[in-house]
Design a protein around this ligand. Structure first.
Ligand code: SF4
Length: 74
């Protein structure tokens, strides 16, 4: 895994979002659908606390590349 192939996880305790940099095609869908959470200029770029779990899941489901996935925490 090189520097361009990063896998990161962000969790709010209910849901964990996984982002795989190598798959991201920079469509910007995530940013458009949920700009409070997905802030590419910030670090960390995903502000997982900034919207509801439901909205986060909805946004992740609209990622066209599979770069964003999620799983529910137990
Ligand atoms: S929606 Fe998916 S492919 Fe598009 S910018 Fe966000 S993470 Fe990348």
């Amino acid at each position: 895994m090189d520097a361009k192939d990063i896998k990161k996880e962000y969790t709010n305790g209910e849901v964990t979002v996984v982002w795989q940099s190598a798959k991201c095609i920079h469509s910007g869908n995530c940013v458009r659908n949920n700009p409070d959470v997905f802030q590419p200029k910030e670090k960390p770029w995903i502000k997982i606390e900034a919207s509801s779990t439901e909205k986060i899941i909805d946004t992740v489901n609209k990622c066209p590349s599979g770069a964003l996935t999620y799983f529910k925490n137990k």
